[in-house]
Design a protein around this ligand. Structure first.
Ligand code: FAD
Length: 467
């Protein structure tokens, strides 16, 4: 009998790929008697990370960047020798569309929360009552400790509805495509709760704890990174590092059986693979199906995911008669728009667009407007152009458009999410030892969070196999 133990990673998105990279590295560096396999249902690696090159444009169909302050992605880029490929976003004015008007993002707003009083007082985005209500945060008591609450409930209590709906909500739901009144505070921004509990006022707490901007005359560096040729550079670089026999594409894991020693994974091609440890890096809704004989994953059947589509429109610069001096805007939900956000990609990421051209990337799809994602390409393009022309003046049809639909792709961390995931993990520990969860459904949807979870799952699997 072979003493070599097998670790199978299910799912080849950035979570599974990061796990595969770090696991292979550990196996090689420490000369471990382990074999690694990555099983991916679709015909390509990368999952939601997908970059298309067309007519000299670089078009991101899923994520377009990651936060530069989050170390796991920067570290992985360094490991892969991609540091020279990293590009920071171009900075510029960003806007919020409220009613029919684009308003400049008030300076000092951190995720929409005021940290400077003056820019808010002078902003045309809020009524006098709205401003006074937001100022209540400075005098409201700390309030009781609670295990979890909705993001909306928390912010509405501190700042009132107007600040939340006009500013905080469009920014936060831009990240999660979620309903702020259902999303969990503790699973998304626990730091806001902790800051408020410690300093009583969230505004004052942020003023005290946020790093002070360095005095400099130059332009502020962008907060995000991508790569010269787009985010899929990450995927390709990991793919190249992995040994040849590691990845199986077009192969879904349909079912996993626990055996006396380890697990049997039944694959969609009819084969069965034995594993001593399994890293599940596929979305939450795959778990109840794959482990259908257990009910510990039942909560994941109730965990919602929302659908969005992004629409990249390529123009000749001359087609845009009235441009805006900035990098993009998000849309307040009280506005009569179907697009939820728009990026002037040629300004934010100049390397994506040939000279003399413009690339505009918009999102549609939000809670209460999911049907839009199912419309035809022509219908979606028309909706987007109609909305854009309310603030810009675009006279020509786009040279081409690329529409990417992401159905049920944004997992929603609703109130109680952290506790539910912890409960599942705890039960897995007893019932399914050696199976580990990682990925955007569990502990953070950002690319760096997914990479971090992939690396952590490797550490867990290695510790388990050593026992
Ligand atoms: P996925 O990428 O979903 O990968 C899971 C993989 O598992 C898939 O390849 C799937 O085919 C496979 N799979 C599923 N079932 C099985 C099975 N039974 N057997 C085998 N394989 C299976 N994050 C940022 O940081 N910055 C952004 O700008 C940003 N923008 C985004 C824009 C959009 C439109 C979307 C959808 C997400 C965005 N995100 C962004 C979030 C981020 O892209 C994702 O959270 C992250 O890429 C998810 O990675 P993952 O590996 O966990 O999951």
């Amino acid at each position: 009998m072979s003493n070599i133990k097998t670790i199978v990673i299910v799912g080849g998105g950035i979570t599974g790929l990061s796990a595969a990279y770090y696991l292979q590295k550990e196996i090689k560096e420490k000369n471990l008697p382990y074999k690694l396999k990555l099983v991916e249902a679709s015909d390509r690696l990368g999952g939601k990370i997908k970059t298309t090159q067309k007519n000299g444009f670089t078009i991101e169909r899923g994520p377009d960047s990651f936060l530069s302050r989050k170390q796991p992605a920067v570290k992985l880029a360094e490991e892969l020798g991609l540091t020279d490929e990293l590009v920071r976003n171009g900075t510029g004015q960003s806007y919020i569309l409220v009613g029919k008007k684009l308003h400049k993002m008030p300076s000092g707003a951190f995720m929409g929360i005021p940290t400077q009083v003056k820019p808010f007082l002078f902003s045309g985005m809020f009524s006098v009552q709205g401003k006074l209500r937001a100022g209540m945060d400075l005098v409201l008591p700390t309030g009781k400790k609670i295990n979890d609450q909705s993001l909306g409930g928390f912010f509405r209590h501190r700042f009132g509805d107007e600040l939340v709906e006009n500013l905080i909500e469009p920014l936060l739901s831009g990240i999660y495509a979620g309903d702020i009144d259902k999303m969990s505070l503790m699973a998304t921004f626990p730091n806001f709760y902790e800051t408020q509990q410690k300093h009583r006022s969230l505004i004052k707490g942020l003023q005290k704890t946020m790093p002070k901007p360095k005095k400099s005359t130059g332009k502020k560096p962008g907060m995000f990174f991508s790569f010269k040729n787009g985010l899929e550079t990450f995927v390709k670089a990991i793919e190249q590092k992995l040994d040849q026999d590691v990845v199986s594409l077009n192969t879904a894991v349909d079912h996993i059986e626990k055996k006396e020693h380890g697990y049997h994974l039944l694959l969609s091609n009819g084969e069965a693979v034995k594993a001593d440890a399994v890293i599940m890096a596929s979305p939450h809704y795959t778990l109840p199906k794959v482990f259908s004989q257990y009910d510990l994953f039942n909560d994941f059947n109730q965990m919602p995911s929302t659908s969005v589509a992004n629409v990249a429109l390529a123009f000749d610069q001359s087609a845009i008669k009235k441009d805006i001096d900035g990098t993009g805007f998000v849309v307040s939900r009280n506005s009569d728009y179907r697009i939820t956000a728009c990026t002037w990609t040629h300004k934010k990421w100049p390397m994506t667009t040939p000279e003399g051209k413009a690339l505009v990337r918009c999102y549609v799809g939000k809670p209460g407007d999911q049907e839009v994602v199912d419309l035809s390409d022509e219908e979606i393009t028309e909706i987007v152009l109609k909305d854009l022309n309310k603030t810009m003046n675009i006279t020509a049809k786009p040279e081409f458009s690329v529409i990417s639909r992401w159905k049920n792709a944004m997992p929603q961390y609703t109130v109680g999410h952290k506790e539910r995931v912890a409960k599942v993990r705890n039960e897995m520990h007893h019932l399914l030892p050696g199976v580990f969860l990682a990925g955007s459904s569990f502990e953070g949807i950002g690319v760096p969070d997914c990479i971090d979870q992939g690396e952590n799952a490797v550490a867990e699997a290695l510790a388990f196999l050593k026992e």
